[in-house]
Design a binder for this molecule. Structure first.
Ligand code: PLP
Length: 219
């Protein structure tokens, strides 16, 4: 199947209310252009330098999403153009994003990455860490960032019941912040679901899926 056919099939699964981030981290500018020509406009990358290189050479109506772990000292390279950062996992990182956004005279949208998987993963906030950040005055005073929701990654397992439980947990945190937070926020994005588990994620309330191999693999 071509990239175009893959996109058509996935889009049919997603329906109207779920947006698709095509994860292009392992793929060339030529492959991204094939997806672009099939109508795809949102692409996700996991490394700031690679994303910036692609941004420089590809059409300017592409929306670039940072989905990987972000180092504070590299935020400045994406601050002028990044459309959504999915992977914010500390107040320190968020203050740097706020500062770089201010320098670029813009507001940067972001998601908090929440640790929902039972497997040991290095990145992501616990529910308590999330609530302690959003209730801090530091957070409430940041004027150049806007919280749009949360991102979670399910455990890499065949156990569908476990994945479902993790996604429902993410949905419950999403609903809680949506109903309770108002400063710096416009909460409408629940980013969860990848090639292997996006159907489960959508059934659990995902509004944005991040799909790499199912878009770009041609077999
Ligand atoms: C690589 C990656 C994806 C896409 O994974 P696939 O299994 O190729 O769909 C989604 N989210 C994050 C955070 C990733 O790093």
């Amino acid at each position: 199947m071509s990239i175009r056919e893959n996109l058509l099939r996935i889009k049919a699964d997603l329906g109207e209310n779920v947006s698709l981030v095509a994860v292009s981290k392992y793929h060339s500018k030529e492959e991204i252009m094939q997806a672009y020509q099939a109508g795809q406009r949102i692409f996700g990358e996991s490394k700031i330098q690679a994303m910036t290189e692609k941004y420089t050479h590809l059409p300017k109506d592409i929306q670039w999403h940072m989905i990987g772990h972000t180092q504070t000292n590299k935020v400045k390279y994406m601050a002028p153009y990044v459309s959504l950062i999915h992977s914010v996992d500390s107040l320190k990182l968020l203050s740097e994003i706020n500062w770089q956004a201010q320098k670029n005279n813009r507001i940067i949208d972001f998601l908090f990455q929440i640790r929902i998987a039972q497997e040991q993963t290095k990145f992501g906030l616990s529910e308590n860490e999330l609530f302690s950040i959003v209730s801090s005055t530091d957070f409430q005073q940041m004027q150049h960032i806007r919280l749009r929701g949360i991102m979670g990654m399910g455990t890499n397992t065949d156990n569908q019941a476990q994945i479902k439980q993790e996604f429902l947990y993410a949905k419950s945190i999403f609903d809680m912040i949506k109903n309770n937070l108002h400063t710096n926020c416009n909460i409408d994005i629940l980013s969860m679901g990848m090639s292997g588990d996006y159907q489960i994620a959508i059934a659990c309330g995902s509004t944005m899926v991040r799909i790499g191999s199912a878009v770009f693999d041609k077999n």
